[in-house]
Design a protein around this ligand. Structure first.
Ligand code: PLP
Length: 396
């Protein structure tokens, strides 16, 4: 029988090395735990990078996927399909926005959102070379377009020039953003809670200020809710907590809970910008992926998942505050709902590795921050278990 090490060795031979992976081959998941090939159990506070909101092996979700596999997996966007209509209706109803375009990933959702803003501006005045305002420390994905608005020099290194022009402003600094608006600005893009950049929630005045300036100048406001959306922050979309609506919103990660799917959602004002021929995808919105999206909306409602996130999120907050008080290595604690981060005065790599060997999955966000983005179904008991392991690891 092949061992874990055999698979890891073989992976290094045939899979392009764009990641330094942890030495584990996961084989199955159950509830909020993953199991490796040797049967070792791991409590999961990473959820596959904020994806597996329902945890693992949820029966109702699996049944819906299996039923759809039996019916139909793919047809292309040359035709209509039922799950796509149902999933889009649920997104529209939940967001109060107007139209949905399904993609296969977060980065593609961002690409589409950027195209909407450029085309919206182009329709008003085709003569200008449009640009975006994006935020420092932001993350929007790895395609060249999404990289254009990702405010982290490291990710762009080796890939410049990027195809879209962007100027970067400090997140939560409205004056900085306003000072950078020109007659070429077609869109302002930001995460509502910065994820990869280290778990920084937006300030309320910042988002409402962006809304105001975008309305005044007729610039589109794009919220990247790829990580913070779909219930993670204790409301279906993080911007609901702020009472500020975007013109375009990008979703992915929790949207499919593991089935690869994203979407950009457009408010009525900008829904005319893209017309037949402007944008497309072969897989996007296929019946299989959309059956997942549709089922997730139903389950979030029937399981009362948002209320649960608020409750467990508050519990996690309290426990992490306690940990911060007791550990001089922890310098800050930030976040909302089940999207929280602890900042350390040391690199967190060794803490993450050591937690893994103790059977706890944690992920970092930058060099000094551990982020807590567990499945949304996590219980208070799971939080206690996590805190116990983390305390033990920090003592070492
Ligand atoms: C993960 C992420 C993306 C990119 O999504 P992919 O599915 O990896 O392409 C974009 N924006 C944010 C905020 C993300 O967290």
């Amino acid at each position: 029988m092949k061992k874990m090490q055999d698979y890891m060795d073989q992976a290094e031979k045939v899979i392009l090395k764009t990641y330094n992976r942890f030495p584990i081959v996961f084989e199955k998941g159950e509830g909020v735990c993953l199991y490796d090939m040797e049967g070792k159990r791991y409590l999961d506070f990473g959820a596959g990078i904020a994806v597996s909101a329902l945890g693992y092996s949820n029966d109702a979700y699996k049944e819906a996927l299996k039923d759809q596999i039996d019916l139909l997996i793919h047809t292309s966007n040359l035709y209509y399909n039922k799950p796509a209509v149902e999933a889009a209706q649920k997104i529209v109803a939940a967001s109060g926005m107007d139209k949905v375009f399904f993609t296969n990933s977060g980065t593609e959702a961002i690409e589409g959102a950027l195209k909407v803003a450029r085309k919206y501006a182009f329709l008003k005045d085709p003569s200008k070379d449009y640009e975006f305002i994006a935020m420092n420390q932001s993350f929007h994905g790895r395609s060249q377009g999404a990289l254009s608005v990702t405010g982290n020099a490291h990710y762009q290194e080796g890939f410049v020039p990027v195809p879209m022009r962007a100027v970067f402003a400090d997140f939560n600094d409205l004056d900085d953003v306003c000072s950078k608006i020109t007659d070429k600005t077609c869109g302002i893009i930001c995460e509502v809670v910065q994820g990869e950049g280290g778990i920084y929630p937006a300030d309320k005045e910042f988002l409402s200020g962006l809304r105001k300036i975008c309305d005044e100048k007729d610039i589109l406001l794009i919220f990247d809710e790829v990580q913070c959306g779909m219930g993670r922050c204790g409301s279906l979309f993080a911007h609901d907590l702020y009472g500020v609506k975007p013109d375009v919103m990008a979703l992915a990660k929790g949207l499919g809970c593991g089935v690869p799917v994203g979407a950009f959602v457009v408010a009525e004002k900008a829904a005319h910008a893209l017309v037949p021929g402007d944008h497309g995808t072969t897989y996007g919105g296929n019946p299989f992926a959309c059956a997942a999206v549709s089922k997730i909306f139903d389950l979030m409602e029937s399981m009362n998942l948002i209320d649960h996130v608020r409750k467990v999120g508050a519990y996690l907050y309290e426990k992490l505050e306690g940990l911060k008080e007791s550990s001089p290595m922890i310098t800050d604690h930030r976040g909302i709902g089940l999207m929280q981060g602890l900042e350390f005065n040391v690199p967190v790599g060794p803490i993450v590795s050591s937690a893994l060997s103790e059977g706890l999955i944690l992920i970092s966000a930058g060099a000094n921050v551990i982020r807590f983005v567990p499945p949304l179904v996590i219980s208070e008991g799971d939080v206690d278990e996590m805190i116990g392991v983390l305390e033990k690891v920090l003592k070492k």
